[in-house]
Design a binder for this molecule. Sequence first.
Ligand SMILES: [Fe+2]
Ligand SMILES: [Fe+2]
Length: 289
Amino acid sequence: MDTQDRLQKIMTSIQDLPTIPAVAMKINQLLKSKTAGSSDIGTIIAKDQNITVKLLKLVNSSYYGLPRTVGSISDAVSYLGGNILSQIVLSIGVLSTFEGKGKSGLDRKGFWSHGIAVAALSKSIAKEKKLIKIPEEAFTAGLLHDLGIIAMDHAVPELYKMVLDKSKSEKIPLVPIEKDLLTVTHGQVGEWVARNWELPLNIIVAILYHHDKPSERQGKAKSDDPIVDVVSVADYMSHLIGFGFAAEPEVIKPDPEVFERAGFTEESAEKFAQGLKSSIQAAVNVLNE
Ligand SMILES: [Fe+2]
Ligand SMILES: [Fe+2]
């Protein structure tokens, strides 16, 4: 099979991917229309038992560290607000779509631990550096940044196994191998899936550009959204504190300009990540059990 056949196979197989749960889809549409009130969001969430249970577990975990227990969805809505809740629902919905064992040798548990770590780091960066109005959006973007990896693990496992094996044995990051063997990167494949699911635009750009240098992104639509820099730096930080290896055996260090725009130096990034290790572990424990 030459690279063109492989690309063709990826493009057709990716269309058969599962979609996110109906509840997450509905919330996503509400978010876009911006007309929904918090109580509409609460009513929709409460219809999905699975999501309700996980959501309450998460907001009551030490990751959120709330001063009191949140007992129900309507309580959560009035306490945290519809915007935050809908981002959490979207995240939980996508996690549940790709549960179970990987097919290409990808360690899915490790993969999601990486995603959750990047999510928590992205949110903390967004909050600390005041880069994104709703820091919870950075959580969702961080969780989904490597969507293309799990999508290919699901849709074309035998092809993606070649990429993962080569990355591990030759200690080369995924992107150059993907370009070489498949002609597309996990950022591009993730973008297709995210567009299919009609995810918000800032999440799509974080997925698409998280490994691109500023010079490669220049001039491309919405590629200067701060969420891209936040997720790129969070991705790098996750490797420094031991939450990276399973998803991306070798990490690409972001450009100095990206560090700067996210408000960090390489040294301060490491310090920041170390300080968040235990709260990240708490989020991983709840979401990846
Ligand atoms: Fe990645
Ligand atoms: Fe990553």
